[in-house]
Ligand binder design. Sequence first.
Ligand code: SF4
Length: 256
Amino acid sequence: MLRVNREHPLAIKIRKQITQALAEYNMIGENDKVMICVSGGKDSSILSILLDEIRKRAEINFSIEAVILDQKQPGFQIAEFKNWFELEKIKLSVIERDTYSIVLDKVKNGVYCSLCSKLRRAILYDHAFAKSFNKMALGHHRDDVIETTLLNLFYVGQLSTMPAKLRSDDDRNTVIRPLVFVAEKDLIQLANAWNFPVIPCNLCGSQQGMKRQKMKKLIKDLETDIPNLGASFTNALQNAKPSHLLDHKLFNFKDL
Ligand code: SF4
């Protein structure tokens, strides 16, 4: 196994987009302790490497540590993944909790992700709080943001998305999403170029929900006619005009 080329053109492009997100949303400050929630998939692994690179070049001091949850799913092979993090000189901690048995026991319709991710989130939030990490970095990217916006629009009746930065409901954790400006196709391409170990999910085969798959397909179809859709969508999310929406809580239409 070789170290990845951190100066690959796509790595530089994505690093710049992460730096932009960090600055725009003031995601990381002096002496922050950042826990990167690593799933074993491509997105959070790339985030770990590039955040480490940004940390080395940053004018402020902050620390990063990757944390992965071993949910005791059959075939969960961590050894090669751990070696790779070691090679890249990034600290990786493994938390072991058997959520696999709970999910199998409770879920009877085969749709595992909802409960599985809820349990995982709770364990990671608790860990971050217990270990005094004041930021939790997640690997969601621009396509996740777009899909979530459309899901909320079509199925929930709400104009909202995955926020770039969020304080948890219980006020214990601050969650950041440094990949919000990064297109998934760039992450896929860089993952192929870097060829690092990935841990697949053997419970549901890493399949996403049907509704999310529908949104993914819709976006893909639209992108054949609108190649700039991703960038335009992100711009729109950063450029809301309350006076041109219908929400009277955001704009005082009565007094016009
Ligand atoms: S993809 Fe696998 S690990 Fe992820 S939430 Fe679904 S069941 Fe859990």
